[in-house]
Design a protein around this ligand. Structure first.
Ligand SMILES: O=C(O)CCC(=O)C(=O)O
Ligand SMILES: [Fe+2]
Length: 183
């Protein structure tokens, strides 16, 4: 039940390009400084929030379908909303972009209600080295599928990380779905 669930071809290559272009339409924020309390040792990435970009509504429409499908097929959690914007992240080799082990359930009002996380691989896997999304749903580490456009869905409490990017750049899309407390 808590095994990460993979949805290949959640977005096609042209759609991945469009999402990266939307995120790049304005300067990206530093993950260490904005809407995020982590410091650079924990996370080094550049971020865009899709609710701040014009023309990203179709991305959210697709996300709703994908998360609903994953939840139906694999989790059956009580989900009520998407209380936070989707986030596009760029992890670049120029500063070994990474995100250390963490759970997505946080202290903020919305972050405390996160239940499912979905991460989409927006880059071609040979566009970068490192940058592996690893999950620890049990005593073993599971590497997420790296195919471009593949979505990985997992309970937001599952520990996960992105290993340092050592060459090239990796782009990802992350969204959280929210609901009442687990019981
Ligand atoms: O970029 C990724 O693959 C993961 C992002 C992530 O874990 C997060 O934003 O909480
Ligand atoms: Fe995360």
């Amino acid at each position: 039940m808590f095994t990460p669930y993979s949805l290949p071809d959640a977005f096609d290559p042209a759609e991945c390009d469009r999402i990266i272009a939307l995120a790049s339409a304005a300067p990206l924020d530093d993950a260490g400084l904005v809407r995020n309390t982590s410091d650079h040792n924990i996370r080094r990435a550049d971020l865009a929030w899709l609710d701040e970009r014009e023309g990203a509504e179709w991305v959210m429409d697709r996300i709703i379908q994908l998360v609903a499908r994953a939840n139906r097929e694999a989790f059956d959690f009580a989900l009520t909303e998407f209380a936070e914007s989707a986030q596009v992240a760029r992890y670049g080799a120029e500063r070994e972009g990474h995100f250390d082990w963490h759970s997505d359930i946080g202290m903020g009002a919305a972050a405390a209600r996160r239940k499912l996380t979905m991460v989409v691989q927006l880059s071609e896997s040979d566009a970068y080295s490192g940058g592996v999304l690893e999950l620890m749903p049990d005593a073993n580490i599971h590497a997420a599928e790296t195919g471009r456009g593949t979505a990985t869905v997992f309970p937001s409490f599952v520990l996960h990380r992105v290993t340092p990017v050592t060459a090239g750049e990796r782009w990802s899309l992350t969204i959280w779905s929210h609901g009442p407390a687990f019981r």
